[in-house]
Design a protein around this ligand. Structure first.
Ligand code: BTN
Length: 324
């Protein structure tokens, strides 16, 4: 859809009709162009009523406008190319196909809904309309040992972008869950295609509950959304742009100076550090004190005088303090 239809949407309001003639005059287009835009928006699910006094919205319009994103991020690493679907099985799978087909570094794959959205550790990820479900294809220069940094880049960016909209401070649980209070708001799934010494691509998949109804996230946590935390409907285009712009800054920083700064920022924001934790991995588990994040992004857990480096797994905070 043409990005300019978003401009038509800005002229529509709830409970306040605006005539086609006024929209046409304000936008400098014909009334036929207004009518076509309304039809096209309706086809995409926007509830527009038309009465004697003109057009009005029956509920807030909640649509992504990929052309606008491409325009906004033209010249940037992430988001200059957007592959968009109303419905995808999983944006991870779409992104993998695109990556195997040679898509550019920073290609963004985004869908309004996913039928087989997946989370970490084989969990299901509910992906109803109204959330942000996207995957960024990264083709980094670094070695496979530091790919964790690209998922930190995403969760840090989500946390900061959301923090601008909600009164309560979001916090990060290792590796990439964003929580508000005790409820999960967002998660990151990172998948890598690599040989022993070279990364071919990294798929950084982000699920962020925004205006979608929330229940549980997979089986593990109760969930919340930005709308719930902010107490109002949130424009997903603006929120996605805010996340992507922060990811771009961090990606450039990584490419320029290496991963240390992003890992440092993550270390300072991750509420798992300093907590007693249980780490479940494969068929085993361990308990200990989470003491740090090393230079590759691994979680360091001290237990009985031994320091274990955890690269993946499921972490439970055993001693809950303020913030989690
Ligand atoms: C988790 O916390 O378990 C990670 C959730 C990641 C979900 C996102 S939604 C977009 C992308 N496509 C998927 O199928 N999964 C990721």
């Amino acid at each position: 859809m043409s990005g300019s239809y978003r401009a038509f949407l800005r002229h529509l309001h709830i409970g306040e009709p605006v005539s086609g003639a006024k929209i046409a005059a304000d936008m400098g287009v014909s009334r036929v162009a207004v009518w076509k835009a309304m039809e096209s928006l309706r086809k995409r699910g926007v509830k527009i009523a038309a009465g004697r006094d003109g057009y009005l919205l029956e509920e807030p319009a909640d649509l992504l406008f990929p052309d606008d994103l491409e325009r906004l991020f033209a010249g940037a690493r992430i988001g200059h190319r957007v592959l968009y679907r109303e419905q995808a099985d999983s944006t991870q799978d779409m992104a993998r196909k695109a990556a195997e087909g040679g898509c550019e570094d920073g290609t963004l794959v985004v869908a309004e809904t996913q039928t087989s959205g997946r989370g970490r550790l084989g969990r299901r990820w509910d992906s109803d309309r109204g959330g942000l479900w996207f995957t960024v294809v990264i083709r980094p220069r670094g070695p496979p040992s530091v790919v964790q940094v690209y998922s930190y880049m995403a969760s840090l960016s989500v946390r900061e972008a959301v923090a601008e909209l909600v009164p309560e401070r979001p916090w990060l649980k290792w590796p990439n869950d964003v929580f508000i209070g005790g409820r999960k708001l967002s998660g990151v799934l990172t998948e890598v295609a690599a040989s022993t010494d070279e990364v071919r691509y990294v798929l950084v998949g982000v699920g962020l509950n925004v205006n979608n109804p929330v229940g549980s996230v997979g089986e593990a946590y109760s969930a919340t959304s930005v709308k719930e935390a902010a107490g109002r409907f949130v424009d997903r285009n603006d929120l996605l742009a805010s996340v992507l712009s922060r990811m771009n800054t961090r990606y450039e920083q990584c490419e320029r100076d290496g991963p240390a700064a992003v890992i440092g920022a993550y270390r300072r924001s991750c509420s798992t550090i300093g907590k007693k934790v249980r780490v479940a991995y494969g068929d085993g588990s361990m308990e200990g004190l989470a003491v740090g994040i090393d230079e590759t992004g691994a979680l360091e857990v001290r237990s009985g005088g031994r320091l274990t480096k955890v690269h993946s797994g499921d972490v439970t905070h055993l001693r809950v303090s303020a913030g989690g």
